[in-house]
Design a protein around this ligand. Structure first.
Ligand code: NCD
Ligand code: ZN
Length: 344
């Protein structure tokens, strides 16, 4: 058994850093783990313009601790009204790396999202032309569709037609949760990739109901059954460069999670790379972690891999029951449990 694991410095291709006082807690945690991160734009109000993205970037940079290097890779929030001009400005910016599609009503702060994807045609056409990636929350919102089927139905009813209309559009299917999504990405002919979270590689939906209702295991897309977890782990560890690390670390305060209507989101930035190491080791694929965490993402986004390395050591440690988040607290993934890898 290896006692240490040396990786090229990794990046997180999907994170929620929030804003306001929370930035001072969340940015250092991300920067400790990752050199760069694709930052989600689902603030209130959402980040819909390059100007807003640059202001948000400045706020993030102000929260990076002295002596630490961290580069936020900004995204815009796609709406029915996103113009081709705004897409052109985004493509010309050194700091904007993609545009995020939230189906209206699908998840946290998605009210301003796209109501029907046809309404975003001008923006999508411009993105295809400029080579700017579309990052998709891949779920339908039809309340008649079972929540466990919303990703699978999205593939057939939204993604497949979109691929036919815009075959050169660069697409990242975010936080995939099903065997069908993994197969879709594996078999796609064009520039399609996917991010995978640690929780979807480590947990199945039983975790939400383990001895009682477990709000801290609830995220969207919701955890699926074990056969899906196994398919996702197989995809992540396959060596296929279309699959890469995106934590979807999505902190909510303890009070907002432990509530009669708890918010969706799992906080994993406290131990992201350790959690992925655990998943890859369980699959006997530790040697594939570096490509997944540090090489495949930059390659898809057309960026250089990071210089420098990080070291993980085999060391048991207990995840704290909570971490500060602004004036509040957030309960992390695996709170109170023992992890077996530790980032040095
Ligand atoms: C995210 C959040 O809280 O912003 N929640 C989640 O469960 N993943 C939104 C999202 O990415 O769906
Ligand atoms: Zn997310």
């Amino acid at each position: 058994m290896p006692q240490t694991l040396v990786l090229r410095r990794p990046d997180d291709w999907h994170i929620h850093l929030r804003d306001g006082a929370a930035l001072l807690s969340l940015v250092p945690a991300a920067a400790r783990q990752f050199a760069r991160a694709i930052v989600m734009p689902n603030l209130r109000p959402p980040v819909t313009t390059v100007q807003a993205a640059l202001a948000y970037r400045n706020a993030i940079m102000a929260a990076v601790p002295a002596g630490m290097a961290f580069e936020p890779l900004m995204t815009l929030y796609l709406t029915d009204n996103t113009s081709a001009d705004e897409v052109a400005r985004a493509a010309a910016s050194d700091h904007v790396h993609g545009i995020k599609y939230y189906p209206a009503g699908a998840t946290t702060n998605s009210e301003s999202g796209v109501t029907r994807i046809e309404r975003a045609s001008a923006a999508l056409e411009a993105m295809e032309r400029h080579g700017l990636p579309l990052l998709m929350h891949g779920e339908v919102t039809d309340p008649a569709i079972d929540i466990f089927d919303r990703e699978r139905v999205f593939l057939d009813t939204v993604l497949e037609p979109l691929r036919r209309r815009f075959p050169s559009l660069r697409i990242v299917l975010e936080h995939i949760t099903t065997a069908e999504a993994a197969a879709f990405v594996t078999e796609a002919t064009g520039p399609v990739a996917a991010t995978l979270t640690a929780q979807h590689l480590l947990l199945n939906r039983n975790a939400i109901f383990d001895g009682g209702i477990r709000p801290h295991a609830y995220c969207l897309p919701v955890l699926k059954r074990e056969s899906h977890r196994q398919a996702l782990l197989a995809a992540a560890t396959s060596g296929n460069p279309r699959f890469f690390l995106g934590t979807d670390s999505a902190p909510h305060t303890r009070a907002n999670k432990e509530s009669g209507c708890g918010h969706a989101g799992v906080y994993s930035a406290h131990a992201a790379i350790e959690l992925y190491a655990e998943a890859f080791e369980a699959a006997g694929a530790l040697d594939r972690l570096e490509a997944f965490a540090s090489l495949n993402g930059p390659r898809f986004y057309g960026l250089a891999a990071n210089e420098g390395q990080v070291t993980l050591e085999r060391l048991d440690w207990t995840v704290p029951a909570s971490y500060p988040m602004g004036d509040d607290t957030v309960v992390p993934l695996r709170a109170g449990h023992t992890l077996h890898w530790r980032l040095v």
